[in-house]
Design a binder for this molecule. Structure first.
Ligand code: FAD
Ligand code: 2HG
Ligand code: ZN
Length: 476
């Protein structure tokens, strides 16, 4: 039966684009395993389509043979949603081969790309034409537009440009029955019924396979200024955010928070990186301002902002990058925290979002409670303070690199964090999604009526459970 199915797949995408464990010397680990080592899957096959029609035919074949599939882009996701289960019965549908720019429309300020385009390649294609595609995140060198839309990725520019959903004007989607729904016209207004686009975005491959997207692009700023400041507390950082938003308006394009522990980890793992003044400050903020007038104008605004911030004791130290290289180095420090945590060993992630006004009191409370209950706990708190999204992570102790001790208490820690987040009106998944990692939290914290509606939608759009079953919603 497998052989019949595999030969159907081969007839659709070509022999070279169906990879199986039976192939001599095959190693499917890159597609099967979660990059953090949280799950090892086993695929029936990895299938690499080159066109939308091939995707549609593969989806149809899977449905006909009762085989489910897992759409995959860069496999950089953080909630174990893009790798197969261990059954050996699922197909990984890798979209990476579909990586063409289909259309660039300067007058409409849009770019239409295939789902397998790597985010950085899209950014660079836009830049060559004098435009900015502002979605930006640490994995941009390997994550794909399909994955970005599948997870409704956030990143560092949400404060100004919104998340992936806000940057998307249209989609091409292969539905669970193998049909194709196309809306790539790039309209900014279209009130002709239900919003299908936004249903597929963020559905993590459970409602349809995204094969292409029309994305919003923006004029490139004349200058981008980066500043790294030391803040005495989260309260001060939030006050600085208010001040910066008032002074800079839409020129405020990034506002990232990092606690001392996060920076210490980067400094310890990557000694070649220059981490300004991390030893003395409980928190640092990376603030980015983009100016459409001139570098001098942007710098003057930023310097005035810093002057006021010093006067109000919101910052205790500050540097403004003098060159592109310096600016990149500062951003590199921020973007290195995830890998530093992974290299340091076992850790827990809490990708949370709260009303910005609630963040100082939340952090005071949760820091205090965790430190009381779990002696020696290492809290690595960083993230996109500008949009209310913290990565309130916990690192295993220095003598517990493989996480043996942490695993005993992790359920309690996570429950304590999410209960507190909920009590402050926040959510347990800001930008990473649900995948298979947060199925329990979905049941515990998402209103039951919302979960019931989600289940109804899944049943209608994918009655055969062909698309990424057991992700976002538990198996029924
Ligand atoms: P994958 O990991 O391959 O897939 C993710 C999900 O999308 C899966 O459920 C998959 O089935 C689905 N999917 C993939 N392709 C498609 C498709 N074509 N159609 C439908 N569904 C699809 N995330 C953030 O939001 N903000 C960050 O700042 C951020 N920083 C990161 C930094 C690092 C160092 C790393 C490793 C990850 C980071 N992430 C971040 C998480 C991750 O990069 C994003 O979730 C990214 O959007 C995933 O893209 P991908 O192509 O790797 O998707
Ligand atoms: C980031 O903002 C990513 O760097 C990853 O969302 C967060 O490692 C994390 O927990
Ligand atoms: Zn993030």
């Amino acid at each position: 039966m497998n052989e019949v199915f595999l030969s159907v797949l081969r007839s659709i995408v070509g022999v070279a684009n169906v990879l199986t464990h039976e192939d001599p010397g095959s190693d499917l680990g890159a597609w099967e395993n979660d990059w953090r080592g949280l799950a090892q899957g086993r695929a029936l096959a990895v299938v690499r389509p080159a066109s939308t029609q091939q995707v549609a035919d593969v989806v149809k074949a899977c449905g006909a043979h009762g085989i489910s599939l897992v759409p995959q882009g860069g496999n950089t996701g953080l909630v174990v949603g893009s790798t197969p289960d261990a059954s050996g019965r699922q197909v990984v549908l890798s979209l990476r081969g579909m990586n063409k720019v289909r259309r660039f429309d300067a007058a409409n300020a849009t770019i239409t790309v295939e789902a397998g385009c790597v985010l950085q390649a899209v950014q660079e294609a836009c830049e060559r034409e004098g435009f900015l595609f502002p979605l930006s995140l640490g994995a941009e060198g390997s994550c794909t537009i399909g994955g970005n839309l599948g997870t409704n990725a956030g990143g560092t520019q949400v404060i100004r440009f919104g998340n992936a959903r806000d940057l998307c004007l249209g989609l091409e989607v292969v539905t669970a029955d193998g049909g194709v729904w196309t809306d790539l016209s790039g309209l900014r207004k279209d009130n002709t019924g239900y919003d299908l686009r936004n249903l597929f975005i963020g559905s993590e491959g459970t409602l349809g396979v995204i094969t292409a997207a029309t994305l919003k692009i923006f004029p490139l700023p004349v200058a981008t200024l980066t500043s790294f400041v030391a803040a005495p507390s989260v309260h001060a950082a939030v006050d600085l955010l208010k001040l910066a938003a008032a002074r800079l308006g839409p020129a405020l394009t990034g506002f990232e928070l990092m606690n001392q522990q996060a920076l210490a980890l980067v400094a310890a793992r990557y000694p070649q990186q220059r981490v300004p003044f991390h030893e003395v400050s409980p928190y640092c903020v990376l603030l980015e301002a983009s100016d459409h007038e001139s570098e001098a104008h942007g710098r003057a605004l930023l310097e005035q902002l810093m002057e006021t911030a010093f006067e109000r004791e919101l910052v205790t130290d500050a540097v403004i990058a003098e060159s592109l290289a310096q600016s990149r180095a500062l951003w590199h420090v921020r973007e290195s925290i995830t890998l530093a945590q992974a290299e340091e060993g076992a850790h827990l992630k809490h990708d949370i979002s709260l009303p910005i006004s609630a963040i100082p009191l939340f952090v005071d409370e949760i820091d205090r409670v965790l430190q009381q209950q779990f002696a020696g706990i290492r809290i690595v708190n960083f993230g996109h303070l500008g949009d209310g999204n913290l990565h309130y992570n916990i690192q295993a102790g220095v003598t517990d690199k493989d996480g043996g001790e942490l695993s005993r208490v992790q359920a309690r820690i996570t429950r304590t964090v999410y209960d507190s987040v909920a009590s402050f009106g926040g959510t347990f998944s800001a930008e990473h999604g649900i995948g298979s990692l947060k199925l329990g939290e979905l049941q515990d914290y998402k209103p039951a009526a919302a979960v019931r509606l989600m289940r109804k939608l899944k049943d209608v759009l994918d009655p055969g459970n062909v698309l990424n079953p057991g992700r976002v919603l538990p198996l029924g």
